[in-house]
Design a protein around this ligand. Sequence first.
Ligand code: 4AD
Ligand code: MG
Length: 429
Amino acid sequence: MKVTIERLNQYIGQEVRFGAWLANKRSSGKIAFLQLRDGTGFVQGVIVKNEVGEELFAQAKNLPQESSLYVDGAVKEDDRSPTGVELQVTGFEVIQEAEPYPITPKEHGTEFLMDHRHLWMRSSKQHALLRIRDEIIQATYAFFRENQFIKVDPPILTGSSAEGTTSLFHTKYFDEDAYLSQSGQLYMEAAALAFQRVFSFGPTFRAEKSKTRRHLIEFWMIEPEMAFCDHNESLEIQEQYVSHVVQAVLANCRQELTTLERDTSKLEAIQAPFPRITYDKAIEMLQEAGYEVSWGEDFGAPHETYIAEQFQKPVFITNYPLGIKAFYMKPDPDYPETALCADLIAPEGYGEIIGGSQRIDDLELMKRRYEEHNLSEEAYGWYLDLRKYGTVPHSGFGLGLERTVGWIAGTEHVRETIPFPRLLNRLYP
Ligand code: 4AD
Ligand code: MG
């Protein structure tokens, strides 16, 4: 197995050699401390003048930040180190002496850091965030496989829009018009009727002119879709899935959570089931608290935050009015002005992380929706077919990966939860 910093504790007492970058350093006369990173983690390398000689010691002391090198050393147990080990450096070979590095340990402004995202992602907090993102992705695949879902990949270039036409990214597809996918859902419905339980994980695009800490132009969504599944069963899958992901991060990302100074006691409590309230109840709670919001209006960030603050766990808000939700949602037979749908609101003000619903399975009702929403049979004929050939009750949902990472990692802004964020005013780097 390759010797990496994250596995150094398996080499205590041994001599090792590995490739690394110099993240930071400090020295005092006869001893220098090299903060080394190799992409898997960080470790302190201790280099002593008397042991390595004048020349090597001087070279270490003068080595610029982010220089690349091969390091030789002995792995020592060290209780003060977060990884439990320290490296007694016996030698090193410089691959490149880096030019003066723009990101220094001092404070930098957000725009500067975002302009240097390609370098900033090396920093310990950014590194921890993206490792947590990876853990959530791995836990997602494990959960859905365990629950008999198969992964299906919907297209990214499409002729249809699932989530309204206002936020579509338009492009030419030779002589036709095309859009970048806002959601793979409509295709996942077709896949559910072919494979029963499916999920997708891919990039989605929304040309939203929103400049908030929750909005990206390009974000990644996990979209499960289930045949023979009603709204309630879907909510159960959602709460189990979210609990699974949080517990996986707690189990496998302790060090990253420490680096990010995340209060993990709040995460320990995230276990299914989650509380459920109706939209009507949410309106009542908001009005009692003095918010000016009336039935039929959608919630904004302050509303969601207030509701979330009343609970320790994520909360489902169910039964939104049909008028503020998508065309494909099934009306609730017990309350037909509302949809069999729910948004899952994360705790601590991180906002909506899941949107989901039971889908209309009735052909005649879907045809009426096409008329109301001006959906052409030319572009959406195939979607209508799903209601003609063996229609079944089916439900699904979409979880926004970046908002979920932001919440679990405890990070203010979604721009840090994706390697290269696409924001309203940012396409670089
Ligand atoms: O609520 P949304 O729009 O739902 C759908 O797209 C459904 N078709 C999903 C489905 O049922 N298959 O988006 C789902 C989630 C939101 O809850 C949010 O977490 C995330 O996607 N999301 C965004 N994340 C970052 N930036 C944006 N601009 C986002 N828009 C939605
Ligand atoms: Mg939504």
